[in-house]
Design a protein around this ligand. Structure first.
Ligand code: C2E
Ligand code: CA
Ligand code: CA
Length: 573
């Protein structure tokens, strides 16, 4: 009987031993009074997890398997203590070990007590699950959720968290804290034209410069594509925040070389101060954003402090944008037409169509007040389609009324040239109006041409080939090189009114005006002077053989009806 039982127990033992040894989880046994010392038994899995042979592992103190920081050791000792006091199994804890190869292993450790029959002392069983992979993923997710992949900067979520903490500290300590919102000027344009790899390289370079301009403890984050935000905790005065903003502007403005090309960037910065401009994260950030937009509008490469007035402006703008959406549907846009007089004959050679908005309850609104907003909201595309169609129909109407050869000019916004099928799109509208393209002129500015000269040249050539006339508007104010002009099949150049304005008194502007007229003629183009208001200006322009004149001297922009009358009166005589 005895022997039978012994055999039985031994078989059980063996089975348990096998289960222990081959368990898919790390298991170790140690004495309760030996928390500082070594494990007494370890299974194969645990050896694998920690990278040691069984013999090696049994000689190492358990605490020596932990990272050197006191934190891990204290946490484990605390766990042992709780176990021994409560004498019951405990919920698992995360615990870090050092693998034999020096790498950190994350384990999920469960300790339990096993009382051995017939003995006073119990054993401590450690169950160790290797969760290193899981932990790595977790950290990666944490990283992705809080950092921007491209620049390695914290993202918006992390920024908000930090700003919250900083504001709590600021309140307690009576600090002034500043939030800076930095947007790169024209960045989208650069990324679109130079490719996104160049855009990314620029962003990394700018990130480095921003960091170099700040103290290590100043929180910085990437918010959107080309937007960054910065917290200056306990900054002192507004003046100190301005100094940092200035430093940042200078850092961004230094030339950047990417793929051997030297590029120039600039930034606009909005600044809000806690507690003056807001006491919570959302208000401070959105007010800094509003101030940044203001800086962009006024003068790029500058900073602006937030003022309460700006918010009023921003909401006014939003309202205006909503009204503009409706304006197109409700036929609130109209065109006025300003005659252009041919100096050689004194007759009206053409007119320029100028957009007006009949705002309900407000009246006729000039384009300077809403065209930038049409451009910002992307509505300009639809509105320009309408302008072209209306202008073409007007040209046809005047032709049908017997007013011969009145060419109608429309102004194109840069947006029109940014579409892939820009030329085709414009031509389709012209064709649908069934007017002879020779009666249509499109005015474009130098800056529109210079954004992407190759592309612009293709579009302009396509329009010109179809018979449409092309005028270069506001000439002299942009930065195009004159040599470029010959690449574009333009039909006329309009001398900007800032030169005509004091052409009589200002010798330099007189020289510029003469030169532009000469240049136009050399390139086989017509020279048109804008903003002509006086008899003296007309005389000067006549002497220097300017071809056409546009300005209040002859006529202000007129309604279609009045303009028709003006043309028939002028061209009859
Ligand atoms: P712009 O193309 O240079 O148009 C000429 C502007 O000069 C017009 O102002 C016109 O009223 C004004 N002007 C004409 N003669 C004189 C003069 O003798 N003295 C002075 N001081 N000004 C004169 P407006 O109509 O307010 O248009 C301003 C600008 O708005 C235009 O400048 C153009 O850039 C833009 N714009 C106007 N209509 C349209 C349009 O239909 N589409 C687009 N994209 N832009 C437009
Ligand atoms: Ca124009
Ligand atoms: Ca002009």
């Amino acid at each position: 009987m005895d022997t039978k039982q012994t055999v039985h127990i031994t078989e059980d033992d063996e089975r348990f031993h096998l289960a222990f040894e081959h368990a898919g989880i790390g298991i170790a046994v140690q004495d309760t009074d030996a928390e500082n010392s070594c494990w007494l038994h370890v299974n194969r899995k645990l050896c694998g997890i920690l990278g040691y042979s069984r013999e090696e592992l049994l000689k190492i103190s358990v605490l020596d398997l932990l990272p050197r920081s006191g934190q891990d050791r204290n946490s484990l000792l605390e766990y042992y203590k709780q176990l021994l006091e409560k004498k019951q199994p405990h919920t698992a804890r995360e615990c870090r070990y050092i693998h034999k190869n020096g790498q950190i292993i994350w384990g999920r450790l469960t300790l339990s007590l096993a009382n051995r029959r017939g003995r006073d002392s119990a054993s401590i069983i450690s169950i160790v699950e290797d969760i290193t992979e899981q932990k790595k993923l977790e950290l990666q997710v944490m990283y992705l959720a809080h950092y921007d992949n491209l620049t390695g900067l914290p993202n918006r979520a992390m920024f908000n968290e930090r700003l919250n903490q900083t504001l709590a500290l600021s309140k307690r300590n009576g600090w002034t804290t500043a939030v800076l919102f930095l947007g790169l000027d024209h960045f989208k344009f650069i990324a679109d034209t130079r490719g996104h790899a160049v855009g990314d390289a620029l962003l990394r370079e700018i990130t480095g410069r921003i960091s170099a301009s700040l103290r290590t403890e100043d929180m910085r984050a990437r918010f959107g594509n080309d937007e960054f935000a910065i917290i200056l905790a306990n900054v002192g005065t507004a003046q100190d925040a301005a100094k940092v903003a200035q430093k940042l502007l200078e850092a961004v403005a230094r030339p950047v070389v990417v793929s051997k090309e030297e590029m120039f960037l600039s930034a606009s910065i909005g600044i809000t101060l806690h507690p003056a401009d807001g006491t919570d994260t959302d208000t401070l950030i959105s007010n800094a954003d509003v101030a940044m937009m203001r800086a962009k509008e006024q003068d790029k490469n500058s900073y602006q402090f937030y003022t309460a007035k700006m918010n009023a402006r921003a909401s006014e703008k939003l309202q205006l944008a909503n009204q503009l959406h409706r304006a197109l549907e409700n036929d609130e846009f109209i065109l006025h037409y300003q005659p252009k007089i041919a100096l050689a004959t004194g007759m009206v050679a053409g007119v320029e169509a100028l957009l007006r908005w009949q705002r309900p309850g407000i009246g006729l609104t000039p384009p300077s007040e809403f065209i930038p907003l049409l451009e910002d909201t992307g509505l300009i595309g639809l509105v320009t389609d309408w302008i072209i169609l209306t202008a073409c129909r007007q040209a046809a109407a005047w032709r049908d009324a017997g007013l011969s050869d009145i060419r109608v000019a429309v102004n194109l916004s840069p947006r029109q040239f940014q579409k892939a099928d820009a030329a085709q799109h414009l031509l389709t509208i012209v064709e649908s109006s069934e007017v002879d393209p020779d009666l249509l002129e499109m005015e474009i500015t130098e800056s529109l041409l210079m954004r992407d000269p190759m592309d612009a040249a293709r579009i302009v050539t396509a329009l010109r080939t179809a018979g449409i006339h092309i005028a270069l508007d506001d000439f002299g104010t942009g930065y195009s090189s004159l040599s470029y002009l010959s690449h574009f099949p333009m039909t006329s150049i309009k001398i900007d009114r800032s030169f005509i304005f004091d052409v009589i008194k200002n010798a330099q502007n007189a020289a510029i005006t003469r030169t532009i007229i000469g240049l136009a003629h050399n390139l086989g183009m017509i020279a048109v002077a804008e903003g002509v208001e006086t008899q003296e200006q007309v005389a000067f322009l006549t002497t220097h053989q300017c071809d056409q004149i546009q300005g209040y001297f002859f006529s202000k922009p007129l309604s279609a009806e009045d303009c028709g009358k003006f043309i028939s009166a002028t061209n009859r005589s």
